[in-house]
Design a protein around this ligand. Sequence first.
Ligand code: MSP
Length: 614
Amino acid sequence: MAARVQSSIQNGLWFLSSSALYSINSRGAPNLKNRLQFRHNLFPSSSKGALYCTCRSNNLPNGQREQLVASTEAFVLTTPLYYVNAPPHMGSAYTTIAADAIARFQRLSGKKVIFITGTDEHGEKIATAAAAHNSNPSEHCDVISQAYKALWNDLDISYDKFIRTTDPKHEAIVTEFYSRVLANGDIYRADYEGLYCVNCEEYKDEKELLDNNCCPMHLKPCVARKEDNYFFALSKYQKQLEETLMQNPDFVQPSFRLNEVQSWIRSGLRDFSISRASVDWGIRVPNDVKQTIYVWFDALLGYISALSEEEQASLQTAVSSGWPASLHLIGKDILRFHAVYWPAMLMSAGLSLPKMVFGHGFLTKDGLKMGKSLGNTLEPNDLVNRFGSDAVRYFFLREVEFGNDGDYSEDRFINIVNAHLANTIGNLLNRTLGLLKKNCQSTLAVDSIIAAEGNTFKDTVEKLVEKARIQYEDLSLSSACEAVLEIGNAGNLYMDEHAPWSLFKQGGASSETAAKDLVIILEAMRIIAIALSPITPNLSLRIYAQLGYSQDQFKTVTWGETKWGGLRGGQVMAQPKPVFARIENQTEGEDRREETKAGKKKERILHSKGVAEA
Ligand code: MSP
């Protein structure tokens, strides 16, 4: 249920807690009813945990002079809304894969999650792309946004909301938001002359450009533009933004990006134009049909409009369905829009700020950002078709430290995926189940808790899985994968040291010890399956099925079940079947084909020799 609070926004002091927004009541006691538990390490319960937002929206008309407070307990997570100038590439898929892993982890931890993604469909860039394909913008957007949905499906992205900025409910919310900001006195009309990068959809400062006025990101010349536009009074919010960041240094993550944001603000914020007279493909400015709303002033609102269930949405209904977002996941190139422009826009409209903005690094190819504009992209569909979604998800989340850049190489992809998923995890499970079948009719001899009595292996697993949990909470996805893989390494070591296959041969008490060893390894596999499921959901399901569980049991599993002791004596495992097929790299494949050819030749020689000898 949403709480709606009347207030004089000018004097109201609002706290964005580590979870939801809560107000100070007349006696000064915080109303904690709606508080969510969020990442304790990022929003500790100290004063650092509260994000102040002193909203000075005193010019809003009475009807709008209110703060909307979401009381939902949901963990609201967003990806950027992707431009539909071209189909998705691996760079855009990367943000979404990471977001999906975080969403799945939060669900496993018992949170209600609202995972928002979508497409950014207005503006000059999109209209130009449509024209280049001899299409009209609307049809073009339908095709490309469908391509995003199809890819998310292939990559097992479990999003809850897909917002398109051409959805009528979104357009209604943008118009309402614009009117609020206007009513607050933060929009004015002026002429603007400057250098514009169409790919960034942004006017650029000359000093940040390369030779020939080239945009440093897209390496294409910016064009001189002069426009009569509406402007948003960003400069008015400089002090409030500075204070907000000072009091909430965890608002921008990873922490090393905070300095950058603070220095942008410190160097002086310039008002920015929020309408385009020259662009037809967009949402009309209220009361001026000759202008359309600037794509960023439009798309950012998608994070709110996505929350609305209704087709005829209003800001109020959307906000009360889950705002503020817990986490905006974005690439570092759009940090300024999310950590400076967006909070100022929200302050102006009297709405609470998201709790965190995380700017990850770039996937690069030969050191350059992979992207549609540079044309150096990697085809995610191709990768998924060749290697499967688990391999793609695992590689990028394991290989690239989340927050930093990472270069792609196919050899590395194949080596990592084979070593970790096929060998460390897949082989361990397969050989353990093989031994269990041969010696114990695929049936567990005892409960895993009994099997591990007095055994330090259990402690090792418990420590590693707790480490993985903390890393997930910290959004350190690569380290989380590493901690889970360490369980697999420890399992392999345990098998090699205890050699249950020879204990079985000895029979008697040794055989009983060996049967317990198998239970121990399979219990570790069960824990690995759960702990790796945010990253490799299909592989985890296959492991679970091998351990004799149903798909429904897998679907309802929780992080709490990573506690040692799930497997029970008498439980029957499935017939051993490899859960992850090793990827053959080209050289290996060629070597093998050569070997096969050589083998056949040898066979033919022997055969003809035999025939001759007969
Ligand atoms: N439409 C805007 C976002 C509006 S959000 C309200 C936009 N779209 S985009 O399609 O250009 O980029 C979307 C996301 O993909 C950005 O976070 C961007 O950083 C990310 N990536 C695009 N190329 C990338 C790489 N090569 N590597 C990692 N992520 C990159 O910006």
